[in-house]
Write a protein that binds this ligand. Structure first.
Ligand code: AMP
Ligand code: MG
Length: 394
């Protein structure tokens, strides 16, 4: 059995291969950029008016004669003399000879002439070439998470496709003879199977939409075959149940028979003690304990960071926040605890139903309060560490 920090260290030290794909920018939302982007053009690429108004050659005079008009999109060259003005609109090309745009709110117009009521400084309201970025500038760095602003910026540069990190293909293998699908009354001794949909939703929230689910009965032969089938499909395989020490827990042995190498097994934590993590070439396997709250806690603390790592994130652990506990709690287990808790306005409340089989209060938790293995009591007003389940990395 290893301490939590050791297990996390193993996740941190796990080398993942870079899997990259080119996608259209409209398909790149939420992905991590896998290349540095240099500006292919100046932005703006011509001197642009920042206002609706009049382009002039700046002088002491407040009177100008309007000679022409420049609309956004016009390409023509408009010559301009001293004391002349060109009617101009936002985004239009500023005539080469003009150095200033006077906003129309600061002008009174009569026939073909204008009087400037508030003279701007020379150079005002003209966006110079390359004001935002110049051709060749490194404008977005590999590792950036693409949001709508970044994608809009790429579009403005005329870029149609980008290289992003692929998200891993994930499958779930569910073990357990006692499990029943929803839809019919429970048979004697059976329970409704809930881990597959729960883990699927956790993956969906992270952006992994296509998840294949496999099921196996609790025999070594069936488990071995199901692991083989699931591995054929996945970059990361999540197995639910069958990893503990019961006579019908065959997952560990079946993983060995499929040549998946163990990286760790059993962590000094509650819930989730029997968590198993291993690797076969570039594929990763987590065998999660079957108890639903254990499976989900292990997902947040270990699985999600690895998935984020595989997807190009450099900052892949869920954020930890400090908060004040309003609950007293004793830790007599000598284990690190991940307690279902609710954080509001800097104060965290430990919820009832902490057992690993119970999801009822997980449903209203927004953090996991982490009690280190050597901390025996949390008193009211103590500052504690919470894992934020809400900022999921999106
Ligand atoms: P196991 O890890 O297989 O020993 O299972 C531990 C507990 O979790 C048992 O009470 C199982 O019935 C329950 N369990 C296992 N798999 C699931 C599942 N997919 N959905 C809900 N409960 C499960
Ligand atoms: Mg089982």
């Amino acid at each position: 059995m290893i301490p939590v920090e050791h297990a996390l260290h193993i996740i941190d030290g796990t080398v993942v291969a870079e899997h990259i794909k080119k996608v259209k920018i409209a398909k790149s939302l939420g992905y991590i950029l896998a290349e540095d982007i240099s500006a292919p053009i100046n932005m703006p690429s011509f001197r642009q008016s920042a206002m609706d108004g009049y382009a002039i050659i700046w002088s002491d005079s407040t009177h100008y004669t309007v000679t022409e008009e420049a609309q956004a999109g016009d390409a023509k060259h408009i010559p301009l003399q001293a004391f002349e003005a060109v009617r101009i609109f936002t985004g239009a090309k500023v005539p080469d000879d003009a150095d200033t745009v006077v906003m129309q709110e600061h002008v009174t117009k009569q026939d073909n002439s204008i009087t400037i009521t508030k003279m701007p400084n020379k150079g005002s309201n003209v966006r110079p070439v390359g004001e935002q970025v110049s051709t060749g500038d490194l404008v977005l760095k590999k590792g950036l998470k693409l949001n709508e602003a970044a994608i809009g910026f790429l579009a403005g540069l005329g870029i149609k496709t980008v290289a992003v990190f692929k998200t891993p293909k994930v499958s779930i293998l569910v073990t357990g003879n006692e499990l029943q699908k929803q839809g019919k009354p429970l048979k004697e001794g059976a329970i409704y199977e809930s881990n597959s949909v729960m883990l699927k939703m956790a993956l969906h929230r992270f952006g992994i939409k296509h998840v294949k689910v496999f099921h196996t009965k609790d025999t070594l032969k069936a488990t071995k075959k199901s692991i083989k089938n699931a591995l054929a499909y996945s970059d990361v395989l999540l197995i639910s149940g069958g990893i503990s020490v019961g006579d019908y827990d065959f997952v560990k042995e079946a993983l060995g028979k499929n040549d998946v190498d163990e990286l760790f097994y059993k962590i000094n934590q509650k819930p989730g003690k029997p968590l198993w993590f291993g690797k076969k070439d570039q594929q990763f396997v987590f065998a999660l304990p079957g108890n639903p709250a254990s499976a989900l806690s292990c997902f947040y603390v270990y699985v999600l960071p690895l998935l984020k790592k595989c997807s190009g994130y450099s900052d892949y652990h869920l954020p930890r926040i400090q908060a004040k506990s309003d609950t007293e709690f004793k830790n007599t287990s000598g284990k690190t605890l991940f307690l279902k808790a609710c954080l509001k306005d800097g104060t965290v409340s430990i919820l009832p139903s902490q057992q690993s089989s119970m999801l009822n209060t997980f449903a209203t938790s927004n953090v996991l309060l982490m009690v280190p293995e050597d901390v025996e009591i949390i008193k009211k007003q103590d500052i504690v560490t919470c894992i934020n389940l809400e900022s999921y990395g999106n």
